[in-house]
Design a protein around this ligand. Sequence first.
Ligand SMILES: [Cu+2]
Length: 617
Amino acid sequence: MTTITRRDVIGGSAAVLAAATPVASALAQVGGVPRHDKEQHVTLECAFKDLVLDGTKVRARAYNNSIPGPVITTYPGQRLRITVKNALAPYESKYWPNPSEWDGEHNVPHHLGSTNLHLHGMDVIPHLFEPVGTSDVHAPMIEIEPGGSKEYVFDIPGNHPPGFDWYHPHHHGSTVVQAASGMAGGIVVLGAIDEVPEIKAAQQYYIVMQDIGLFPTDPGESAEALGLPAGTNISDIWTYLPKQNAIWQTFGGKVTMYNPKTQKAEDTDLKGGFTTGDYALRYYLVNGQPFFKETHNPDPNKATEPLATQLTPFTFKMAPGEVARFRMLNGNSDNYMPIAVEGHAMHLLALDGVNFPKVRTIAPVPIDTDPKNEGQIQLAPANRAEFLIKASMTPGTYKIVQLQQTQQFLFSAQKTIAVIEVSGPAKDMKLPTDLPVPTRDYPLISRREVEHLQVVYFADQFPGTQNPDVGIDFLLNGQQYEVEQVNYVVNRGGVEEWHLVVGDSQHGGSEGHPFHMHVNSFEVISVNGKLLEPGTIKDTIWIPAESTVVIRIRFKQFLGKAVFHCHILPHEDTGMMQNFLIKRRDQPFPTAVFDLPMHQRRRPLLGQVHMDMGGQH
Ligand SMILES: [Cu+2]
């Protein structure tokens, strides 16, 4: 079987890298040795981590003192036990300056020290609510408090697709603060694709992308909130520790606070607050190394165009004609990334951890003049791509770039993510064509199997009326997240077609949103009526503004309460998420869905359109 460790190099041969190039070293691994034990136990400890990024002192958050977190390698049929230990500091993020004024609203940043674990893209038991796998409509979300720990047990299905997934925190209210501080890591599921001779022969590289969003520390902030001894001088430290009602205003570059008495956002002299995207300072990392920097643009006419600085990117070394395997993760909290490899076709094996039956070869695009800026592949936040590159026979340096895009609130400049340096004696390596069919997701869903149609509307509303503290509402079907409510009920074994809609600017659709569903991957059928190639199976899909994306889902195995949400993490934390319940087909529709008092119901089933297609509900 495949021995991944030897090939898990992130930057090519360290000995031949130029001094100015970021140092190549093995991406941290955890557990998995020997890899084919029936059971493995992994510990992930969450704690603060000090870094110097491009000369800036940063107090980040990390798993096992590593950014990105260590790669977990598992395989179908394994029992994967993960103990999460929380060594972050308590931080209630209460209303400031009067903590007693907090009204319990949960769609604002809060409990920043609490965490939990999500295995993103893994088809495993729903694991966000207590107890794991619960079907209780009112079940609370798992909260591992500072000092606490929890063991998760995942039985990976025997037919789980082999591919690249990842893990990150998912505690509502602290997700973005933790993920945009460094907490994310890769999961590799081994399997048949690793035995394809041309793939097995290829050197494997990770490109794990993350962003670190930062503000200067406020005077009067306690060192203990950053897990440091009382009295420690933290004035030169940059971190992300927003007060729950203090909002960073992109327009104006200041921090305001909502005053419930005047119902107005009032100016403060705080240096940092919660943000929906624009930071005072943000670094973009590949495998923990910063490759790009953004700062707030003080020009009031260009507030949504952060000042951008390219830093020294990573270098991968390849021989002419060599084939290398890349596993790429967009682990950024909000940045949509059209990706292109200069002068090279991408031989795409898989998206979101489910490989295609045949390699999809995507021709190169000009990286400076591509008029549509679509690149070769488009990675929404949370998307993964696994691809082969066959290095050009012409020695030289070739960039891997994120093309600029204007699909979001903030302008996203072109970024050089990494460089491929092609040099030395040629190696004529071969590319595969056919790949092993991932049986959990094949055969594909036929149209006749669809029993039920759902519609999910994404909208933002400014100024916010449901979430005045944040000042902007991020809504699914007109409502904010309610932890103890279930908005959709589906049948295990059932097949549904969901229409995901982002309207125009008159209907809450000022920017695109990435839709992510837990537990089951889905097939993307069409975008704005244009059919995609069959077998485009994903767990997260970008919905551009003024667009409708159609997906089909089979609820294959697991029962219980789970979520779907926008994977722009500040949107998710401020309410762009809903619960759904996967029930046995012969179980009645849970009446508890309607147990809530009328004022808390908030149209629980809006958007659920029943179609008589022969299904039982
Ligand atoms: Cu969103």
